[in-house]
Design a protein around this ligand. Sequence first.
Ligand SMILES: [Zn+2]
Length: 319
Amino acid sequence: MTIMDFSENYKCSFQNEVESAYFDQNLVTIHPSMNYYKKKIEDKAILVKHSIIGVSNDLKHDAYLVRVFESKAREILEKEVNTESMKQWTDGYAAQYKSKVGFSFLSSKEYNISRHCFETSQGKNVWDGLGAIVKNSCYRAMLTGRVIGNATDMFNHCKETSAHGLKLNENDNTSTIREFVYISKEEVNRSNTPDVATFVGTRRFHSIRNTETPLTVESRNLSCFCEACLSAGQCENVEYVESWKRSSLFKAKKPEKSTQSTQKPTAAHTIKPSPVEPLLVEPSVDCVPSCASSLDSMHAELDGNGFAQYEVDDYVAVQ
Ligand SMILES: [Zn+2]
């Protein structure tokens, strides 16, 4: 399970005012994520809290940048755990996670992925804690004279001072890892914008997942993680969360206008009816507790095969 979002951009600054005047336009994107999974360490099943923090000089907080970050984070995670089924939690109204382009990327993943949305900006979340660690570290370094003038400087500083391998906490059988990834502008390809349909009502649903068919997704108003949902069975809370609704992201093509009004449509002009409904989600009731809208941190209790139970706690600190 992953919790992620963009942190507010870091503005590079310096003790020396002259330098500050020159460099103060250098902003850095920070994209923190906290990944929870279970791993067997010394015959004990340990919950690992693996933070992966993206640092970039690309300031467009959009689905294209998220796609590169996801790819790099998954490369790291698949060395530690089976990543064939992933669950993401993100900010509910963020355009980068609920845009039609973002959905098309999600629908094309080669592994099972579902995305669940918090109510937007409801209190501080785990990504705020990770973002604060990065910014405070850079600020303290700046006070001691270290120059952090751009995204590369920040990445190098954080990697040297804040990254760490597996640290075991014997008190609660958990462990932490913290890593940083750098994403340069050049790695973010925005040249091929997918031509997909505009969504109606995207702000109202909280849960979306990919299917076996590219550009086809399933969504529902609320999130649920009952035993049946985790094993692809019939949801025990279907009266609250509603059923998954399958939708096509294909943009319906308009028939070409004929110059002869009497001409009958040919096969080439005929629009094949879509086998699935367009994505139009009705207004829903407010979030069920599993959306954790106003709470700050989540912990996952996992069985040997994946996620079995989710629990939301007050967020205290990121170790
Ligand atoms: Zn369910």
